[in-house]
Design a protein around this ligand. Sequence first.
Ligand code: GLN
Length: 281
Amino acid sequence: MNCISDYDFALVNTTLRGILRARGDESEMRSELNILCRALLGLPASALTLFPERCLTREQAERLTTILPRLKAGEPLAYILGQTDFCFLRIACRPGVLIPRGDTELLAETGIRHLPENGRVLDLCCGTGCVGLALAAAGAAVVCADISEEALALTRENAALNGLTVRTVKSDLFSALNGERFNLILCNPPYIASGDIEKLDRSVRDFEPKLALDGGNDGLAFYRKLKQEAFAHLTPGGKLLVEHGYDQGEAVRRLFGEENTTTLRDNGGHERVAVITQGEI
Ligand code: GLN
């Protein structure tokens, strides 16, 4: 090898594939390899096999060297690279705030589909702000609320990053939203049963905030609170949209009333989002 740096593409290819294979199955490995190559080299992963003799610049090699131990430790890519994609947005990520999931795009897309003209939207438990920002991009006036200061700071960064405006409010569910009403309330609350957290993938369990995952004994604690509090914050005809676990669709329908609840499935075919109207009380 005649590189100024210690790496040519062939070596990058074998090194990264070796490490990534230990992190997931073949399709996850390919997807992570592609994301890494684009972030590091600005090229698709196929470039590694097409141009095995090409060399990394010294800067690229240095970046790779700092990334490798974090990859080996199983840290999520979004934290290592400091960003991920969500819907049509670039979302900054860092430890302490849950990484946006592909499944959550369904919540944002469903919100956009139900958005009335000049709609006011609350993104409750906003995390990185990804859901609220997608709604803001679609023209909604959005309040992003979270109990975590770190989440709110990141939401503000992400608004700036995407040239969008949202209002951020530090609030334990509705505690700081007295008297405010919205056309839509979107919420991706913590919904993992406390006892299941230990069973999650280590990339989630060891790196992502428990605060954003732990939904109490049966994972449904936040839906019960939403049932008590959300409707007082909806305008007449307003809707509550929640994300839930792949196996919680029936429990959520039962809680809010079958007749008030429509369940939508994610790309994996799992029940994932409930659209809830207040119904009779
Ligand atoms: N979907 C997340 C996971 O599988 C959980 C997010 C949440 O609790 N809201 O880790």
